[in-house]
Design a protein around this ligand. Structure first.
Ligand code: BG6
Length: 507
């Protein structure tokens, strides 16, 4: 296939020290180090680079390096390990053992940084990555600020990456923002949402704003409704204790689903720059109508999976998952109907759904255009025409498809639904990645376009809060169930059927 490209060649990131808190954990081994390695294979990791692990467990720099070198082949997304790239990532590794709540740990980190920065010429640039459980974010952020380790100095940058979840409700998210902003500047804080690392998610902005075709019809005059689906076939598995305290709404909606929603619904930013883009994204979330308690119950469905089969395996009901309360009322599925109160979207419902243990993994945004207004073709009444959907396939089918009507060849006018699909794999040859490469690289070059700002995070929680409150007050009342391996609860079908609509299949 030939494509007309306007590619920008990326340059290696700035020299820096990459300091990981929680370095003995899964995230470091499974995603962060493989992503650094992929950056190295593409020549995007700086020559002057050092990695410092910080964790409570006893270890030495040598053992930490050996541990990472040992786990990389297991988690690398590319088969053959390139020794040069590996050496670039692990050429300078140090380990600091310490309690992240203890001032003495930060003094030790400071000494290591001073030594390495002198040895490796990393120019004093520091990226602190908080890969810890969420309870660590505020205290580590405060220590970094108060100890001076994260204070920009003599032109050297200091940045802090915060993992998800950012808060557990509106007030905790606000408190965390306040705490971090009392010791760091907004432009030093990088709140990560791994959905923004996905090419197909980043492409939503390009689809909308690099093509003149879509903008004139991207509004309530032409769009009838929008469906956002993030279906997973995975069960809660070994994450019972985290998940039971969290639930599908908190785990997925204010972050991943709202990132998709805001990219689809935002106004065109004045320029492709972090502040302009993030302001528009926050604004569209801010325009979502906040429901009363009754409306929240009426416009939401929460459900838990029971026994069933998914991915060809028998699945036990959620309540039998280890570390889950056998009487738990935590939802593993949520569906919401939201309305955006602005001129572009008034009266265009946005239906969102996400859940575990569903029939298949399928993440997509489907935009439904209005039907033809009159039945011009005698034999095919309007309500029997195929529906016009523009479908943005995020994963695992990375594609964009358009569904429309065509004449079935033959002497009479018979009409059938057809589709046109662009598949990424047909045009682009992209090496498999962890999804963290772009995000880490952007942080190293100081580009925050893919990182939500404080206002965006709080706007997301503001919308979710009325649903959390209404469910808390209703306790177990209204909690539906669905069979593992199904497409979700029948109550979610009813949510759309009430408006004369139906969900697209999860297949
Ligand atoms: C995480 C959630 O943020 O996203 C998980 O905590 C979920 O529960 C995961 O499984 C989904 O990510 P992806 O990239 O597989 O869609």
């Amino acid at each position: 296939m030939t494509t007309k490209t306007a590619a920008n060649r990326a340059r290696p990131a700035d020299p820096c020290c990459f300091v990981i808190f929680g370095s003995s954990g899964d995230l470091t081994h499974r995603l962060l180090v493989p992503a650094l390695y992929n950056l190295a294979t593409e020549g995007l990791l700086p020559d002057d680079f050092a990695l410092i692990g910080v964790s409570r467990s006893q270890s030495s720099s040598e053992d930490f390096r050996a541990d990472l070198a040992g786990s990389l082949p297991k988690f690398a997304t590319r088969r053959d390990i390139d020794r040069n790239a590996l050496e670039r990532v692990l050429g300078c590794v140090a380990y600091v053992q310490g309690d992240p709540d203890d001032n003495a740990t930060y003094a030790k980190i400071g000494r290591e940084l001073a030594r390495i920065e002198h040895e490796r010429a990393t120019r004093g640039n520091r990226l602190f990555y908080l890969a810890t459980p969420p309870a660590g974010f505020a205290p580590i952020g405060s220590h970094l600020g108060e100890s001076g380790l994260a204070r920009p100095q003599n032109g050297a940058w200091r940045r802090v990456v915060i993992e998800k979840p950012f808060g557990t409700d509106l007030s905790s998210a606000r408190a965390l923002n306040q705490k971090l902003l009392s010791v760091l500047h907004e432009d030093q804080i990088f709140r990560i949402d791994h959905y923004l690392g996905k090419e197909t998610v980043q492409n939503i902005m390009v689809l909308r704003f690099a093509n003149g075709l879509f903008e004139p019809i991207w509004n309530r005059h032409h769009i009838e409704h929008v469906q956002i689906t993030v279906a997973e076939s995975l069960t809660v598995g070994r994450r019972g204790s985290y998940y039971d305290a969290t639930g599908a709404l908190r785990d997925m909606v204010p972050n991943h689903l709202f990132q998709l929603l805001s990219l689809v619904a935002m106004e065109p930013p004045s320029r492709f720059a972090a502040d302009a883009v993030r302001a528009e994204k926050a604004q569209v979330l801010d325009a979502i109508q906040l429901p009363s308690a009754d409306e929240a119950l009426r416009n939401s469905v929460r459900a838990q999976y029971g026994d069933g089969y998914t991915d060809n395996r028998a699945v036990e009901a959620y309540r039998n998952t280890p570390q889950v309360d056998p009487n738990s009322t935590t939802e593993t599925y949520v569906a919401l109907k939201l309305t955006i109160d602005n001129w572009r979207w008034a009266n265009v419902p946005f239906y969102l759904r996400t859940g575990k243990a569903l029939r298949a993994k399928q993440t997509e945004v489907a935009i439904k255009f209005k039907q033809a207004p009159i039945a011009m073709f005698r034999d095919t009444p309007v309500d029997r025409l195929a529906e016009n959907f523009l479908v943005i396939g995020i994963q695992p089918n990375e594609c964009i498809g358009l569904e429309f009507n065509a004449k079935i060849p033959g002497p009479s006018i018979s009409i059938g639904g057809v589709g046109m699909t662009f598949k990424y794999e047909d045009y682009f040859d992209v090496a498999p990645s962890t999804g963290y490469e772009t995000l880490i690289y952007d942080c190293m070059i100081g580009d925050a376009i893919l990182y939500p700002r404080a206002d965006g995070i709080e706007a997301g929680w503001r919308v979710v809060q009325p649903f959390l409150d209404a469910w808390r007050d209703a306790r177990g009342d209204g909690l539906a169930t669905y069979r593992a391996g199904s497409e979700g609860p029948k109550e979610a079908d009813a949510l759309l059927a009430r408006d004369g609509r139906r969900w697209r299949p999860i297949a």
